[in-house]
Design a protein around this ligand. Structure first.
Ligand SMILES: Nc1ncnc2c1ncn2[C@@H]1O[C@H](COP(=O)(O)OP(=O)(O)OP(=O)(O)O)[C@@H](O)[C@H]1O
Ligand SMILES: [Mg+2]
Length: 239
C-alpha cells in the first residue's frame, strides 16, 4: 500500500481539462517532485488531493483510505497539508500567532496552552524562524513568508506536506537554505513531501522521483536522471 495514491484523476473547469487521467503513488518518506510548464495542472492536482477542488473523476487514497470528496479540514486532520503558491499569511498577526492557529486547526486536538506553545516553537525552529516570533507576518521578507507557510503546515501535524513553489522568487542563498531545511525535515522527522517547483535545479536535487505534467497529462516519470535525459520533457518544458 502506498502512502498516497492518486488514481485516474481528471479535473475539468468548463471547457478546460486541467487534469486528464493522472495517476501516481507517493511512498512514505519520499520527496516526490511535480514538474510542468505554466498551466500544466500542478496546482490543480494539489487542490484535488487536499480537498480544495473535487475531481471530475478518479479518486485519491491516503494510507489506503479514500479521501476523495472530504472537506480540506478533514483531510488536514488525517495528515495532509498543502501550502499555497501565493503566500497568504494572516498579515496582521505575529509569526507565532499564525502558526498557533495552524496548530489548533490541525490533527492534534490541541487546546491553547503549553502543549500548543511547544508545538508552535518546534515548528518555527524547524524552519529557522524562531528568532522572529513576535514579528508581524506581513512584515516578513518573501523568504520568511515562504518559511512561515511551511511552519504552518508542520504545526498541523501533517505527515504529507505539499509545497507549491516555495522557492519561487528566492535568491540563490535562500534557495540553498530552503534545500537544507527540507532535507533535514525529511531526514529528522520522516516527513513525506510532494513539491512543485519551477526552480529545476532545486527540484532535481531534492526529489527521489519526478512526474512531469503537460496540459494536464502525465508525459514522463522517473528519477531526476531519467527526467534530465527525456527528450519529450526537454521539448515541451524547455522549448
Ligand atoms: N478555478 C479554476 N477555474 C477555471 N480554470 C482553472 C481554475 N484553476 C485552474 N484552471 C485552469 O486549469 C489549468 C491548470 O492550472 P494550474 O493552476 O493547475 O496549473 P499549474 O501547473 O499550477 O501552473 P503554474 O505553473 O502557472 O502555477 C490552466 O489552464 C488554468 O487556467
Ligand atoms: Mg501552479
Amino acid at each position: 500500500m502506498s502512502f498516497l495514491e492518486v488514481r485516474g484523476v481528471s479535473k475539468r473547469f468548463g471547457g478546460i481539462t486541467a487534469l486528464n487521467d493522472v495517476s501516481l503513488t507517493v511512498e512514505k518518506g519520499e520527496i516526490f517532485g511535480l514538474m510542468g510548464a505554466n498551466g500544466a495542472g500542478k496546482t490543480t492536482l494539489f487542490s484535488v488531493i487536499a480537498g480544495h477542488a473535487a475531481p471530475s473523476s478518479g479518486e485519491v487514497l491516503f494510507k489506503g483510505r479514500r479521501i476523495t470528496g472530504l472537506p480540506p479540514a478533514r483531510i488536514c486532520r488525517q495528515g495532509i497539508c498543502r501550502t499555497f503558491q501565493i503566500v497568504r499569511p494572516m498579515a496582521g498577526l505575529s509569526v507565532a500567532e499564525n502558526v498557533r492557529v495552524a496548530a489548533l486547526y490541525g490533527s492534534h486536538g490541541l487546546r491553547p496552552g503549553p502543549q500548543t506553545d511547544a508545538k508552535v516553537a518546534e515548528a518555527l525552529a524547524a524552519v529557522g524562524l524562531d528568532d522572529q516570533l513576535e514579528t508581524l507576518a506581513g512584515a516578513l521578507t518573501l523568504s520568511g513568508q515562504k518559511r512561515l507557510e511551511i511552519a504552518r503546515a508542520l504545526a498541523t501535524g501533517a505527515e504529507l506536506v505539499m509545497l507549491d513553489e516555495v522557492m519561487a522568487g528566492l535568491n540563490p542563498t535562500e534557495i540553498a537554505h530552503m534545500l537544507d531545511t527540507l532535507s533535514a525535515l525529511r531526514r529528522e522527522r520522516g516527513l513525506t513531501f510532494v513539491i512543485v517547483e519551477h526552480v529545476i535545479g532545486a527540484l532535481m536535487t531534492l526529489s527521489d522521483r519526478i512526474l512531469v505534467l503537460h496540459h494536464g497529462e502525465r508525459i514522463a516519470f522517473g528519477t531526476p536522471e531519467d527526467i534530465g535525459r527525456n527528450d519529450q520533457v526537454a521539448e515541451v518544458y524547455f522549448g
